[in-house]
Design a protein around this ligand. Structure first.
Ligand code: UD1
Length: 337
């Protein structure tokens, strides 16, 4: 069995995926530019798995660095491509940086894979590609539509990959994640954002007393309690979907696209209530205006992933919130503490 290159290998989703892959006996090569991640995460994955991981500081924007990595690691047979910038608001303010990083980085990766004859890739995509869907749950064959530069880059990265796969006979699995949350049950690895833009990391910090209160972005949405509804997916379940995706690439060629979610939506208030229950005290919140670009409801139909990948989410809201709280409590300063 060849080695698997993990781009963005020190990040939140990669760290959890790396744990599952090493458990299954995969040999990993990690590449990361550490613009939004830390070596400590990689060290802790090593500690959890009892195996030190090969790690390269590589920026995908630099094709020479990438070539040098492939030259030193001739046994790479497949890639899981996580590396990308992912903050929606920042992408609106700095679109060129987003296109440069996400598109140039991916083009360089695909080009070097082509040069080296690597033909298998699992791509980290996002439910953001469905934009504001006409109906829910969304299926993989729904129209795609980006509403901001970040979403646009994910769509473009998918499209470029599909074209390359067709032309070069690559085997590609595109995973469209819904809202990844939670942490490893050891409490050793988790999400460590510089500033929490997403709901659950923000709620965690409020629960821990680091921030004063959660601002709920609108309570006048067309949803049962007026707050936004999303399909939250435990990061460990999400990690396991990557193992299934790699396994499937060995037996099934071509391009496949899968929604990776639970198929169930929870509102912002349900998430805050669940967190309050788990942490043992009410998490303070206040209703504020809607966030620009937000939508009322999105959740996915994960039927295809179950049928074709043999994957389905096993962990529920309780485990998502409890693991997020354990990570927050044990690591109040994230990996810096
Ligand atoms: C966001 C991105 C999406 C990206 C995903 C990755 C936006 C508009 N969308 O999705 O493109 O793929 O993250 O994880 O940023 N909320 C609050 N208060 C907060 C934070 C969030 O009320 O402080 C609400 C939001 O209005 C939404 C829900 O919580 O209803 C979830 O928000 P968030 O965690 O930011 O995820 P998405 O917006 O679904």
């Amino acid at each position: 069995m060849g080695k698997i290159l993990i781009t963005g290998g020190a990040g939140y989703i990669a760290s959890h995926t790396n744990v599952e892959l090493v458990k299954e006996g995969y040999d990993l090569i990690l590449a990361d530019n550490f613009c939004n991640s830390s070596r400590e995460a990689v060290r802790r994955v090593g500690e959890l798995t009892g195996k030190e991981l090969s790690l390269y500081e590589v920026d995908l924007k630099n094709i020479e660095e990438l070539r040098a990595l492939f030259d030193r690691e001739p046994d790479i047979t497949a890639v899981i491509h996580f590396a990308a910038l992912k903050a929606v608001g920042e992408s609106v303010a700095k679109p060129l940086m987003y296109y440069e990083n996400n598109i140039t980085g991916s083009l360089n990766l695909y080009r070097v894979m082509d040069e080296k004859g690597v033909k298998q890739l699992v791509f980290s995509s996002s439910a953001t590609v469905y934009g504001d869907p006409a109906t829910v749950p969304v299926r993989e064959d729904f129209p795609v539509h980006a509403t901001n530069p970040y979403g646009q880059t994910k769509l473009m990265m998918e499209q470029i990959l599909m074209d390359a796969a067709k032309a070069r006979g690559w085997d590609v699995t595109i995973l469209r994640y819904f809202n990844p949350v939670g942490a490893h049950d050891s409490g050793r690895i988790g999400e460590d954002p510089e500033y929490p833009n997403n709901l659950l990391p923000f709620v965690s910090q409020v629960a821990a007393g680091i921030r004063e209160k959660v601002m709920v972005f609108g309570n006048d949405w067309d949803t049962p309690d007026g707050t936004g509804v999303r399909d939250y997916i435990h990061v460990v379940d999400l990690a396991k979907a990557h193992v299934k995706a790699l396994e499937r690439l060995k037996v099934k060629g071509g391009v496949s696209i899968f929604n990776i979610g639970t198929g169930k939506g929870y509102s912002v208030l349900e998430m805050i209530e669940a967190f309050s229950r788990i942490c043992g005290h009410p998490v303070p919140y206040e209703f504020g205006p809607r966030r620009s670009g937000d939508i009322a409801t999105v959740y996915g139909d994960p039927t295809l992933a179950k049928r074709e990948l043999g994957w389905e989410a096993e962990l529920g809201l309780e485990e998502m919130v409890a693991s997020a709280w354990k990570w927050q409590s044990l690591n109040p300063k994230g990996y810096r503490g």
